[in-house]
Design a protein around this ligand. Structure first.
Ligand code: COA
Length: 377
């Protein structure tokens, strides 16, 4: 171990950004200067996407034009849908969406056009089509026909429609829409930094996003929302949840959905998501919804009391998606549907003032030596 190395790049300032700001001391997160909590409650996700890309919230006329543009960009090509239909059932849905985005890139003749307008157009195209591809992957796994995007529905509604053929109660859609806002952007996290690194070599935006999806898949990053739900299912009952947690801590298990590299005393996004999850549970009014809510509360209280480690956004988002009806392996692809906004904004920012990302390494291997011919080894 070298003292000069910042392992995991922890604490390293790697570049400037004007997209979002994380202030660990106050647990706050802002997108283009607006607190995420404020955006999540007071703006629809389309407005937040517009803000992330255009630096200002839209007027009504700008929002209408933006929604028109997003709707016009929907409709994945028949070839992309065919590729999704051919993928193996044992592949994780994150592998499917990673492959589908890569395929979109090779099919786009203008993939290497990185002018600001071309980058924006491709970003809207991915924003409009990724939900359809994720839903198509879900439907084919279930042996169900794919549902084409319905132009009369807005972005959050249409995801439910393409997955399940119907749109749930407004409180459920609002909870989902809030989760999309909270997941949209988070400065130089692993997947965003991956996307920026790829863009910095002047590769194309689809390659940058394909790499970002690969990074997000890992359980220490986006994959944690799925792991949280498996854990809640293991916790089994509200009465057994505390013992489950004490047991897991005694055996030094990593508890998914807790802890954060940047926030040490609570993730700013959690209270808003937890409120939305609670409201949804009340509206659903089922034993199952109440059960998971109670297990979540007990695990949260036990972890904070025993270890002083707080939940991150994946902790309330996992069970919320489960109760909405999404299969657990689809949780991280839903995160992709949202984070595509942040990733692409960072690619645009990187290319606006590009410097190849190329850090140094501290060599700890053998000292230089000579090759002995194979007969003498
Ligand atoms: N469960 C149990 N212990 C945890 C923990 C968790 N989820 N998160 C952190 N800790 C403990 C570590 O064991 C370590 O204890 P030690 O000093 O006694 O060894 C200490 O807290 C510091 O953790 P560390 O893993 O070094 O912090 P990090 O900044 O490298 O990791 C995460 C941050 C997010 C990778 C880590 O908290 C984690 O793995 N969480 C679970 C996965 C998750 O929810 N990811 C989503 C992130 S948004």
């Amino acid at each position: 171990m070298s003292e000069e190395v910042k392992y995991g790049l922890a604490g390293v300032l790697a570049d400037d950004t004007a997209v979002s700001k994380v202030v660990p001391e106050t647990n706050s997160l802002t997108y283009r200067g607006y607190a995420v909590q404020d955006l999540a409650v007071n703006a629809r996700f389309e407005e937040v996407a517009y803000l992330i890309w255009n630096k200002e919230l839209p007027t009504q006329a700008e929002l209408d034009a933006f929604k028109q543009r997003e709707k016009a960009a929907r409709g994945a090509s028949a070839d992309t849908l065919k590729v999704v239909s051919m993928l193996s059932n044992h592949a994780h849905p994150m592998d499917s969406i990673r492959t589908a985005v890569s395929f979109m890139g090779q099919a786009d003749e203008t993939a290497n056009d990185s002018s600001p307008e071309a980058l924006y157009e491709k970003s809207i195209k991915m924003f409009a089509q990724i939900p359809e591809l994720v839903a198509a992957d879900h439907r084919r796994r279930e042996g169900l026909p794919v549902i084409a995007p319905d132009a009369s529905l807005d972005w959050s509604e249409i995801i439910f429609h393409m997955f399940f053929g119907e749109v749930p109660a407004p409180e459920v859609v609002k909870c989902f829409d809030i989760s999309m806002t909270l997941y949209a952007e988070h400065s130089f996290n692993a997947s965003t930094f991956t996307s920026r690194t790829i863009a910095s070599s002047l590769s194309d935006i689809y390659s940058a996003i394909t790499g970002g999806i690969g990074s997000l898949k890992g359980p220490l990053h986006g994959g944690a929302n799925e792991a949280v739900m498996h854990m809640l299912k293991e916790g089994a009952s509200p009465d057994g949840a505390r013992d489950w947690m004490l047991d897991a801590l005694a055996t030094k298990k990593k508890i998914m959905g807790f802890g954060h590299r940047v926030y040490r005393s609570g993730d700013s996004r959690v209270p808003t998501m937890t409120d939305a999850y609670q409201k949804m549970v009340e509206v659903m009014d089922t034993d199952e919804a109440r059960k998971y809510w109670e297990i979540s509360r007990t695990l949260d209280e036990t972890m904070v009391a025993e270890k002083g480690i707080y939940p991150n956004l994946d902790f309330p988002a996992g069970p919320a998606y489960y109760l909405m009806g999404f299969p657990i392996p689809m949780f991280t692809p839903l995160f992709v549907c949202s984070r595509i906004t942040g990733w692409t904004a960072h690619v645009m920012e990187q290319l606006g003032n590009n410097k190849l990302i190329r850090p140094l390494s501290a060599y700890v291997g053998e000292a230089q030596r000579e090759v002995t011919p194979i007969a003498e080894r």
